[in-house]
Design a protein around this ligand. Structure first.
Ligand SMILES: [Zn+2]
Length: 249
């Protein structure tokens, strides 16, 4: 937490199945956190080298070249978002769930000590790696909370987990519960997206999605007066209950 910024709330940890996922779905939240002085860490479980790098394969790259490209792109996007990035290089398509990878995530939790965790939804019929990452992220969070789990650092608290929006939300049981206003950092998100040249077809898609979620943000924030606005937003679901002593918006 930054001592200089009273708005800082602690560190943010993003657990991403592939190298690009965190950018499309959570870059706004990450840029907001960085802007208020929170530290932001991304753990990419794989590079998305087989499943999410179609353009690189079409260009004739070999596996090692694809991985290097995706590492470089994701690192540049993280730099734009002022986030640190770690790569587990666990392979994709399939991203295999293993005790070893869960232990890697536990150690990351214990080291980063996040106040907030962001990851994928638990259902995605188009991409089994995404729910696999979410399952491991949730298991590791529980293990990191256990005082008896053998990993450096003390037991983790209970950071809330926010699930970011999948590519086809209707198919993934995704219903927005939280709409986050990212207007002030949307230019940063767009610059981060433009680092991912292997997935250029996604830039406008996620710009338009932010605009639609922005309309819904305004509709849920006040009366429907039909006024012009330029709000951009990201949608999230929660896994655990919000804890509060006052019911408030
Ligand atoms: Zn992905």
């Amino acid at each position: 937490m930054s001592a200089s910024d009273p708005a800082a709330t602690g560190s943010v940890l993003v657990i991403s199945a592939h190298a690009g996922d965190f950018v499309w779905r959570a870059a706004g939240a990450m840029a907001l956190a960085s802007a208020r002085g929170d530290s932001v860490t991304v753990l990419c479980l794989s590079f998305g080298e087989r499943g999410e790098s179609a353009r690189a394969w079409r260009d004739g790259m070999a596996l090692a070249e694809v991985k290097a490209l995706r590492r470089e792109e994701a690192s540049r996007a993280a730099e734009v978002l002022r986030a640190s990035i770690e790569f587990a290089d666990a392979g994709d398509y399939p991203l295999r769930e293993s005790d070893e990878l869960i232990d890697t995530i536990v150690r990351c939790y214990r080291r980063v000590r996040p106040a907030v965790v962001l990851t994928h939804p638990l259902s995605d019929p188009y991409n089994p790696d995404h729910p696999a990452a979410a399952r491991m992220a949730l298991q590791a969070r529980v293990f990191a909370q256990a005082i008896g789990y053998d990993a450096p650092g003390g037991p983790l608290g209970a950071p809330p987990v926010f699930l970011f929006e999948p590519h086809q939300p209707e198919q993934c049981d995704f219903k927005p519960q939280v709409l986050l206003d990212i207007t002030e950092v949307f230019d940063v998100k767009r610059r981060a997206m433009e680092c991912l040249t292997a997935q250029q077809h996604m830039w406008d898609y996620y710009t338009e999605l932010a605009s639609r979620r922005g309309v819904q943000f305004e509709r849920n924030a006040g009366p429907n007066l039909g006024l012009a606005h330029s709000t951009m937003a990201e949608a999230y679901m929660r896994v655990y209950p919000q804890v509060t002593r006052t019911l408030t918006g």
